[in-house]
Design a protein around this ligand. Structure first.
Ligand SMILES: NC(=O)c1ccc[n+]([C@@H]2O[C@H](COP(=O)([O-])OP(=O)(O)OC[C@H]3O[C@@H](n4cnc5c(N)ncnc54)[C@H](OP(=O)(O)O)[C@@H]3O)[C@@H](O)[C@H]2O)c1
Length: 333
């Protein structure tokens, strides 16, 4: 089969679509003929050798949707022909609050989805939502799961609360906005350009500020009237700008470190408001089921910016690296 394969982590140029052995499902596994996979920042970190616990060579990609084409011994809950979307992790473990030490994602350490076939445990399958294309279902996986868990499980976002989302052009941020608007939250955003802010308002954001303006902290309190939950994938440049505007009991959920790792804050801003700073990583199978059910109920679909055929999967990665602006980059198989 053909797959996007990384032999040695040496930058986006070092991956290639190549012929590798087609996998056969073991006991309790199914083989899925991938119809669409989507690309995340994670693949860029991996090709640069910057991802924790690097194990190469590897096939790439953790987002996938397709059709079951072979079932392994003992599998009764799936059959050939089922249209499915894949939970992107394996071995979460028993603790809902954090994954166990054996947890890992498809596309390193487990075989990835940017390939003609992937074998996964049958528990990784969920029915592809009928109102979504394979491309949309694949694009929902990691970003949807991450934003869902960060907002609803870690952030405990409730209807009527005020939410701030940083960097609204990002995949996690955009889906987070769609989920939060459907939940009935009052959503405010930061973004890089007026164009990105306008698109967020079209999706239901009440207002937004340019994070390129270093003085945005002076306007955020007045604009929002006080923030209950923050969804932040770039806390290094953002945190100090919103922390004064949080309400008592606020939850600041950090899911990424785009634009740097260091965050400096005044401890008094946190403890005098009994606020929480919470980290959030991907999501467990229960989050995945809840997210798909909510997306189905509210007909929420991810925004797809551009699709590439599998033969051009490396160009898709380079596109994410360079020109990508708003929405997901998808590979069709
Ligand atoms: N915790 C997890 O399990 C998990 C899962 C997935 C992703 N992540 C991490 O989350 C981050 C975002 O992932 P993604 O897939 O959404 O990536 P993405 O689509 O590339 O989005 C990144 C966004 O960061 C924003 N940004 C850049 N500089 C910023 C700044 N100075 N202040 C505020 N925002 C800034 C940009 O927003 P504008 O477009 O508005 O400029 C950009 O769109 C990455 O660091 C990724 O590694 C974590």
């Amino acid at each position: 089969m053909k797959a996007l394969y990384l032999e040695k982590a040496d930058g986006p140029e070092s991956v290639e679509v190549r012929e590798i052995e087609t996998p056969t499902p073991g006991a309790g596994e199914v083989r899925v003929a991938i119809k669409a996979a989507s690309i995340n920042h994670r693949e860029l970190f991996i090709v640069h050798g910057q991802y924790p616990g690097m194990t190469v060579p590897t096939t790439m990609g953790c987002d996938g949707a397709g059709i079951v084409d072979m079932v392994g011994a003992g599998v009764t809950s799936a059959k050939v022909g089922d249209e499915v979307v894949l939970y992107p992790g394996r071995n979460w473990g028993p603790n809902r609050h954090a994954p166990g030490k054996d947890f890992g994602l498809l596309g390193m350490p487990f075989p990835g989805t940017i390939a003609e076939y992937v074998c996964v445990p049958v528990e990784n399958l969920a029915p592809k939502p009928a109102f979504m294309s394979f491309e949309e279902a694949a694009a929902l996986v990691l970003t949807g799961l991450t934003s869902w868990r960060a907002l609803m499980f870690k952030g405990q976002l409730k209807s009527g609360e005020t939410l701030l989302i940083s960097g609204i052009g990002g995949g996690v941020a955009t889906l987070g906005l769609a989920f939060a608007v459907a939940k009935g939250a009052n959503c405010y955003v930061t973004g890089e350009s007026e164009d990105v802010l306008a698109r967020a308002k079209e999706m239901g954001a009440k207002d937004g500020l340019l994070f390129t303006d270093p003085e945005w902290r002076k306007q955020i309190g007045k604009m929002t009237g006080g923030i209950d939950v923050v969804l932040d994938g770039a806390p290094s440049p953002s945190f100090a700008n919103y922390v004064r505007a949080i309400n008592p009991g606020a939850r600041i959920v950090i899911y990424g470190s785009t634009a740097g790792n260091e965050v400096k804050f005044n401890a008094t801003d946190i403890f005098l408001k009994s606020a929480s700073i919470v980290g959030s990583q991907v999501g467990d199978p229960e989050d995945f089921r809840d997210m798909l059910a909510f997306a189905g109920e509210h007909k929420i679909k991810p925004v797809i910016e551009r699709t590439f055929p599998l033969a051009e999967a490396r160009d898709a990665l380079l596109y994410l690296h360079g020109k990508h602006q708003f929405g997901k980059v998808v590979v069709t198989v």
